[in-house]
Design a protein around this ligand. Structure first.
Ligand code: BTN
Length: 267
């Protein structure tokens, strides 16, 4: 297993210029939260393995050693808190673009998954740390299943998740992909940080959406509803139409979107 080294590929000016590397850690998001106050914006925590990788909605995130990219970026934007939650879409668009730069086509499952062949290859967990006087930091945790093998996925995950190695049938260069994500992230993040402008990330999420036009199940709390996905609006919300004809704009918060059969029906 080669240690992560992205010096040959990193062109970003502040995202990834400072990297804290761990062989093993509980969760890079937990560590990033610990160091956020002192860290420069754009500092990245990356680990070869996470023993308590965190997914959305309290789930675990499988993070076997040396096979994926498990990392968290510390951000300190000056935009309003309500706007800041949209950063997940920048993460998703950055991963999509990085994969494209590597010659790999993928789809975005709003708001935070990257999907290939109907299965998840990447998930994003955005967390906020609130400080006094309303200021805050953001931790955007990105997990990419790069070179995982079949046996790295448990029975439950096998139907929903895959790796880049499994879809390509060959290993993917983790260093290159990691740097490409950071480079693309910075390009999409600068207009947002400076002017709250997130248009490009939303356009990419819309163009590459695996959900638009599909009938889906929307799971939130104890309720499950069926709806057709119409669009992603300019605020980054998912516009859905229920069977009774009512439409709703969903905010990325606490909902899970599933295909009618499983994680996502093949596309
Ligand atoms: C999800 O799809 O549920 C989100 C998964 C996020 C996983 C990444 S791996 C790096 C970072 N550290 C964590 O503990 N979680 C995120």
């Amino acid at each position: 297993m080669k240690k992560i080294d992205i010096r040959d590929y990193l062109t970003a000016n502040f995202i990834g210029r400072s990297i804290e590397y761990h062989e093993t850690i509980t969760s890079t998001n937990i560590r990033a939260k610990e160091i956020a106050r002192e860290a420069d914006e754009g500092t990245v925590v990356i680990a070869e393995e996470q023993t308590m990788g965190k997914g959305r909605l309290g789930r675990n995130w499988t993070s076997p050693k040396g096979k994926g990219l498990w990392f968290s970026i510390i951000l300190k934007p000056k935009v309003k808190v309500e706007e800041a939650t949209k950063i997940t879409l920048i993460g998703a668009a950055a991963v999509y673009k990085a994969l494209k730069d590597m010659g790999i086509e993928s789809y975005i499952k709003w708001p935070n998954d990257i999907v290939i062949d109907g299965k998840k290859v990447c998930g994003i967990l955005t967390e906020m740390i609130f400080r006094d006087k309303g200021s805050y930091f953001i931790i955007i945790g990105i997990g990419i299943n790069v070179n995982l093998d079949e046996e790295d996925f448990n029975e439950d995950l096998k139907n929903k998740a895959t790796s880049l190695k499994l879809v390509r049938r060959s290993e993917v260069d983790r260093n290159k992909l990691f740097a490409y994500v950071l480079n693309n992230f910075e390009i999409l993040y600068i207009p947002f940080k400076e002017k709250g402008d997130i248009r490009e990330a939303i356009e990419i999420s819309r163009e590459r959406s695996i959900l638009i036009g599909k009938e889906v199940r929307i799971i939130g709390g104890n309720r499950e509803k069926t709806a057709r996905v119409l669009d992603i609006d300019n605020e980054g919300q998912l516009i859905v139409k229920y069977r009774d004809g009512k439409t709703e704009a969903l905010f990325s918060g606490e909902v899970s979107i599933r295909g009618m059969e499983g994680y996502m029906d093949n596309c």
